[in-house]
Ligand binder design. Structure first.
Ligand code: PEP
Length: 245
C-alpha cells in the first residue's frame, strides 16, 4: 500500500514558516509516498498555493460539525475544502482532552468532513493509565467503533493510532505493541467495511523521528505516520518521508 506521511503543525506557524514547505518540496521531490502538511487554519490558503505543482497536499487539524451558521470562531469542513485543503485530522488526543471531544463529537465531525469531500485522519489511542491497566486494545476498539461512521466511503478514511503517552514525549511503544494495535484496527476495519477495510491506511503517530521511522514503517499494517514535532522542520520531516519510500 502507498504510504501516507502527515505532518501536524498544531498551533505553530507564521507566514515565515511557509519556507519549510518550500524546502520540503525540494527535499521530497523523489518521494514515492503521499505527503500531507497540516498547518494552522491561518496558513491553509497560502500553503495550498505554495504546494501547487508538488506532491504535497494540505490538511486541516479540526472543523465544526455544521456546514455554516452562528458558531463564532469556528470553521466548517466546507470552508476548509473551499480553501483547498484535502485532508483533515480529527479526534486528536489534544482535542479529546483539552476541548472535551468525545467519540460522538468526533463522529459528527468525521461525517461533516466526508460530506465536504475531505479525507479524514481519525486519531485513536490509549493513555498511559489505560495501557497499564491492560485496556489499550479495548480503548482503541471503542474509539474506532465510536468515531468512524459505518456508512462512510472508506476511501476517504485514514486511521492514526496515537498512544497518548507517546505524543511529544520521545517514548515509543515496542514494535510488538504497535503491530498488535494495528492488527486490531485492521480487523475492526475489515469487520466494518469488508474487503475495502484492507485498503484503509493505518498510520502510527507518537514521537516518530528520522532515526526510528524506517523500522516503524517496516511493521505489519503500518501504512505511514502522523508526525507532530518533527514535521515543523523541513529536513527532519523529509527524513521521515524518505524513510517511507
Ligand atoms: C501528534 O501530535 O500527533 C504527534 C504524533 O506528535 P509527536 O510526533 O511530536 O509525538
Amino acid at each position: 500500500m502507498r504510504k501516507l506521511i502527515a505532518g501536524n503543525w498544531k498551533m505553530n506557524g507564521l507566514v515565515s514558516s511557509l519556507a519549510e514547505i518550500e524546502a520540503l518540496k525540494g527535499l521530497t521531490g523523489s518521494a514515492a509516498c503521499d505527503i500531507v502538511v497540516c498547518p494552522p487554519f491561518t496558513l491553509i490558503d497560502r500553503a495550498v498555493r505554495q504546494a501547487v505543482g508538488s506532491p504535497l497536499s494540505v490538511g486541516a487539524q479540526d472543523c465544526h460539525a455544521q456546514a455554516n451558521g452562528a458558531f463564532t470562531g469556528d470553521v466548517s469542513a466546507e470552508m476548509l475544502a473551499d480553501s483547498g485543503a484535502r485532508y483533515i485530522i480529527l479526534g486528536h488526543s489534544e482535542r479529546r482532552v483539552s476541548h472535551g471531544e468525545d467519540d460522538e463529537i468526533v463522529l459528527a465531525k468525521v461525517r461533516a468532513a466526508h460530506r465536504a469531500g475531505l479525507t479524514t485522519i481519525v486519531c485513536i489511542g490509549e493513555t498511559r493509565h489505560e495501557r497499564d491497566e491492560g485496556r489499550a486494545i479495548e480503548v482503541v476498539n471503542e474509539q474506532l467503533a465510536g468515531s468512524v461512521p459505518g456508512e462512510t466511503d472508506s476511501r476517504n478514511l485514514v486511521i492514526a493510532y496515537e498512544p497518548v503517552w507517546a505524543i511529544g514525549t520521545g517514548l515509543v511503544p515496542t514494535h510488538e505493541q504497535i503491530e498488535e494495535v494495528h492488527a486490531t484496527i485492521r480487523k475492526g476495519l475489515e469487520q466494518r467495511f469488508g474487503h475495502d477495510g484492507r485498503a484503509v491506511r493505518i498510520l502510527y503517530g507518537g514521537s516518530v523521528k528520522g532515526v526510528n521511522a524506517a523500522a516503524i514503517f517496516g511493521l505489519r499494517n503500518v501504512d505511514g505516520a502522523l508526525v507532530g514535532g518533527a514535521s515543523l522542520n523541513a529536513s527532519d520531516f523529509a527524513e521521515i518521508v524518505l524513510a517511507a519510500t
